[in-house]
Design a protein around this ligand. Structure first.
Ligand SMILES: C[S@@+](CC[C@H](N)C(=O)[O-])C[C@H]1O[C@@H](n2cnc3c(N)ncnc32)[C@H](O)[C@@H]1O
Length: 222
C-alpha cells in the first residue's frame, strides 16, 4: 500500500480527521489483532463527514463486518436517523450490535443477516448515503440494486476503489483508463466494472479519495 498511500500521509490524515472515541479505538485494535479489513480511521472520518455533508438521515451498508464503518456513519446521524447494517457472518453482526449499542446507536441501527443485495430489495428508499463494501465482483450488482433508492443529493461510497488484498492496481488503473491490461482477476475486474458504471451514469458525479484502500465517492446530482 505504501506506494499508493504513504504511511506519513495516513498519519497526517488521522491527525486532521474527526477524533475517534474509545469504542472506535477498541475496534481498531480488534481489526489490527485479527487482520480484519475495516475501512480504517482515515476513511471512517470521511464517512462521518460525508454523512454530515449530505445531511444524511438514512444509510445502507453492503457488508458491515463488526460494525466499524457503520459506527462512524452513526456518529453523524440525527436521533431519528437509520442505518441498515448487512452481513453474511452472524458472529460479525453480533459484534456490530454490541459495539453500536455501546456507542448509544442501537435505536438507529437495523441488523440484517444475509446477502446485502437480497436485503436491499426489502427496503424502501430513499437512502442518503450508501457504502458498497461487499464482494468486489458484485459491486456493480450492489449499485444497480440500490441505485433507484439513492436520494437526489445522496452519496454512494465504494471502498477498495484503489486496492484490497487481491486487487491488481496496475491492471485496475489500465482498465479505468480504457487500456487492455491482459488477463485480470475477478476482484479487479469487478471494481473496474463498477467504477465504469457509476462513472458513465449521468445521474452521478464521482471522485476518488485516496485514503485507506481508496474510496470512490459518487454524488447523485439528478
Ligand atoms: C471488507 S469487510 C468490511 C466491513 C465494514 N464495512 C468495515 O469497514 O469494517 C466486508 C464485509 O462484508 C461481508 N460481505 C461480503 N459480501 C457480502 C454480502 N453479499 N452481503 C453481506 N455481507 C457481505 C463480509 O463478510 C465482510 O465482513
Amino acid at each position: 500500500m505504501s506506494e499508493i498511500l504513504p504511511d506519513a500521509t495516513a498519519e497526517f490524515a488521522r491527525a486532521i480527521g474527526p477524533e475517534p472515541d474509545g469504542v472506535i479505538e477498541e475496534m481498531d485494535a480488534q481489526a489490527d489483532a485479527e487482520g480484519f479489513p475495516t475501512v480504517g480511521p482515515e476513511v471512517g472520518g470521511w464517512l462521518q463527514l460525508l454523512a454530515r455533508m449530505v445531511d444524511a438521515r438514512r444509510v445502507f451498508e453492503f457488508g458491515s463486518g463488526f460494525g466499524y464503518s457503520a459506527y462512524w456513519f452513526a456518529r453523524a446521524l440525527p436521533d431519528d436517523g437509520e442505518i441498515v447494517l448487512t452481513e453474511v457472518d452472524e458472529d460479525e453482526l453480533d459484534q456490530a450490535r454490541e459495539y453500536l449499542r455501546r456507542g448509544g446507536f442501537d435505536d438507529l441501527a437495523s441488523y440484517e443477516l444475509g446477502d446485502a443485495i437480497e436485503t436491499v430489495a426489502e427496503y424502501e428508499g430513499p437512502f442518503d448515503a450508501v457504502l458498497i463494501d461487499n464482494e468486489k465482483h458484485r459491486y456493480r450488482e450492489a449499485f444497480e440494486a440500490v441505485r433507484p433508492k439513492v436520494a437526489e443529493g445522496g452519496v454512494v461510497i465504494a471502498d477498495n476503489a484503489v486496492t484490497a488484498g487481491p486487487i491488481d492496481f496496475e491492471a485496475l488503473s489500465a482498465l479505468v483508463r480504457g487500456e487492455d491490461p491482459g488477463e485480470v482477476d475477478d476482484h479487479t475486474a469487478g471494481v473496474a466494472d463498477y467504477l465504469g458504471a457509476v462513472g458513465d451514469d449521468p445521474a452521478f458525479e464521482s471522485a476518488l479519495i485516496p485514503l485507506g484502500e481508496g474510496i470512490a465517492v459518487s454524488l447523485r446530482v439528478d
